[in-house]
Design a protein around this ligand. Structure first.
Ligand code: ADP
Length: 620
């Protein structure tokens, strides 16, 4: 049993070569036989016929010699007779040595015998002529020699006929063997062609079938069906290839299994972690359809994940505020983690809405995670603290007012004349009292805004008027400090939808800070312009500047930049209140600054009422 593909192909070739060799040999053999048959036809019979015809000629001349002997010239007759006798015998020997036909040999023997008799009859003829004369000799010739002559001649003709028949038979043989060869060669060729064809088809199919199988399976493996095995049908090179292929797909499958297994266990782990997060968590696709909810979310909103999967967020969790925060973050592709919302579900809950994007390998957003971090307790603590601060501040306010009034009256001299030392002490008491009053006022304002108890009178206001009002208050102070204030407002500005008093307060704070942290000769620039359907306001100074690490922090409560002039220091609450007011209006505030160059405070204000945050107590 041949095992290798090479061996099998070689066997096929050997079979074909053997077939060609058989046909070739058969052709050669047949051509040889044919040439042989033609050879016999041309040489043997022709030679015999030729010799017999010479014999006949010589024999007829002998007959004439006998007649010449009787009637004309005895000597010449004998000479002619003997001469032709030699000729006859010469051709007889040639012909009798070339016997080819059945019966030919016997006929030649007869001719030989008869010819001897004929020669003897010629001797007798001579005797008769010499003894009895020419007439008796003529008579002897007619009665004895002539019949013998006719007999020999007819036998010679018979011999010619035999050879002619032989020749004819040889020709027939040649024709037959030509036909035979033709048929044999035709049969062999047909056999070789059909055999070759069958062998080729058979072997090609046998070789190609495993290759076809292999190709089909490779195609299915290509599209990811790694668990494929080929049936081993041969032990040749293709069989080896199939075995190796099977090993490869097995490994791939094992790899797939293990990688998938790992992936699945990792996924389950992540899912378990996500599910056990103690705050509500929602995962959405980019069309805001629910992909996952954790247990806390199910409990809090009273829904079941399997019933709401693939449904739109607003269909399931009907909270437009969360939706707005999340969709804004998604549209801007930014993370969001600083928006606190209130949800009333029997009781009040506060959540910090943390929105995170799920990004794929190409950094394309493929999903959104919303985590509602429960800050209710913090909010309650904050409220308690604010209430406390608010109460304390309130309690401080009345005694402070009377202290300040009393101090002013004493300083005025209406209670009697004071000496210089008393004046100084009372001056310091007054300054500290004023600072304390500012602190109490700021604290009260902040706690009111934070608690939502501060009423905002929202109405369309002219920004020019607000800036004008505010700048007027600082005109004397600025002139005194030799700091110039420039106002640059675009023409035909639309009105902003704000609380006039609160925004004036914001300007007061920013301008007051700018004045505090500038020196003689510095400038303050106030600029208002419109961009992206929002009003952008800048309060810029050329003062001392703010170090980078403080630029964000200064908006937190009680944060003051270290190292700045202690004299200038306020309560550290001003910017915190400013930020609260701006945020409540739906705007933003930030600071850009460079040390010794100056600071720019920028804030935005809404031009549309819908942009104003709705959670506070607004009156329109
Ligand atoms: P304060 O009442 O102390 O001014 P703010 O909240 O208004 O409190 O400001 C916080 C701190 O930010 C200030 O103490 C000051 O250090 C810094 N600051 C605010 N405005 C400016 C400014 N224009 N230039 C430099 N520093 C400033």
């Amino acid at each position: 049993m041949i095992k290798t593909l090479k061996g099998k192909i070689s066997l096929l070739y050997i079979c074909l070569v053997v077939m060609i060799a058989i046909i070739g040999s058969a052709s050669v053999l047949n051509l040889y036989r044919l040439s042989k048959a033609i050879d016999g036809l041309m040489v043997d019979n022709y030679k015999s016929i030729n010799a017999i015809s010479y014999m006949l000629e010589a024999f007829e001349r002998q007959d004439s010699a006998a007649l010449i002997y009787i009637n004309v010239d005895a000597e010449k007759g004998i000479e002619l007779f003997n001469q032709n006798s030699n000729e006859f015998l010469k051709w007889y020997i040639a012909a009798s040595n070339n016997i080819t036909e059945p019966g030919e040999k016997e006929l030649f023997e007869d001719v030989n015998k008869d010819y001897v008799d004929y020669s003897m009859l010629f001797s007798k003829l001579q005797e008769i002529r010499n003894k009895e004369g020419a007439d008796q000799a003529a008579y002897f010739y007619d009665t004895a020699m002539m019949p013998e002559f006719v007999d020999i001649k007819s036998k010679l003709r018979e011999l010619t006929r035999l050879n002619e028949i032989g020749m004819f038979n040889a020709k027939n043989d040649a024709t037959r063997s030509t036909h035979d060869s033709m048929y044999i060669l035709f049969a062999l060729s047909a056999f070789a062609v059909s055999g070759g064809l069958i062998l080729s088809i058979h072997f090609t199919n046998r070789f190609m079938k495993p290759l076809d199988n292999l190709t089909k399976i490779v195609k299915t493996v290509k599209v990811g069906n790694w668990n494929q095995q080929i049936k081993i049908v041969s032990k040749d090179e293709i069989g080896d290839l199939s075995i190796e292929f099977n090993k490869m797909t097995k490994r791939l499958h094992q790899y797939e299994q293990s990688a998938l297994g790992k992936l699945m266990s990792e996924k389950n782990k992540s899912l378990a972690i996500v599910k056990s997060i103690p705050d509500p968590l929602i995962v959405l696709d980019t069309a805001y359809r629910i992909m996952l909810l954790n247990d806390t979310c199910e409990m809090f909103f009273g829904i079941k994940e399997e019933k709401v999967l693939k449904k739109h967020f607003l269909e399931v969790i009907r909270n437009e505020e969360i939706f707005k925060i999340m969709s804004n973050a998604f549209e801007d592709e930014v993370e969001m983690n600083d928006r606190i919302i209130k949800i009333e579900q029997n009781e009040e809950f506060y959540f910090n809405v943390i929105v995170t994007m799920i990004k794929d390998l190409e950094s394309k957003v493929s999903g959104i995670i919303i985590l509602l971090k429960d800050v209710t307790q913090l909010k309650q603590l904050e409220k308690a603290r604010t209430d406390f601060v608010s109460t304390i501040s309130h309690e401080f306010k009345t005694p402070l007012t009377s202290i300040m009034m009393g101090t002013s009256m004493i300083i005025d001299g209406s209670m009697g004349v004071l000496n210089e030392e008393q004046q100084d002490i009372l001056g310091t008491i007054k300054e500290d009292g004023e600072r304390l009053t500012r602190l109490v006022n700021d604290l009260l304002e902040l706690s009111r805004i934070e608690a939502g108890s501060s009423v905002f009178n929202i109405e369309p206001c002219s920004i020019d008027a607000i800036i004008d009002d505010s700048v007027k208050q600082f005109a004397i102070q600025a002139a005194h400090k030799n700091v110039s204030i420039h106002v640059r407002v675009e023409e035909m500005m639309p009105k902003v939808i704000v609380d006039y008093e609160k925004i004036t307060w914001v300007f007061n704070n920013l301008i007051s800070n700018a004045l505090k942290y500038t020196n003689s000769g510095d400038e303050i620039l106030i600029n208002a312009s419109i961009r992206n359907e929002k009003m952008y306001i800048l309060v810029k100074d050329t003062g001392v500047g703010i170090p980078e690490e403080f630029q964000e922090k200064i908006f937190d409560k009680y944060v003051q930049v270290k190292g700045q002039d202690l004299e200038a220091r306020g309560t550290g609450l001003g910017l915190a209140v400013v930020k609260e007011i701006i945020n409540t209006h739906g705007g933003e505030i930030w600071c850009e600054s460079e040390l010794d160059t100056g600071s720019t405070f920028t804030f935005t204000l809404p031009l549309n009422i819908s942009e104003v945050q709705s959670e506070k107590n607004f009156s329109y």
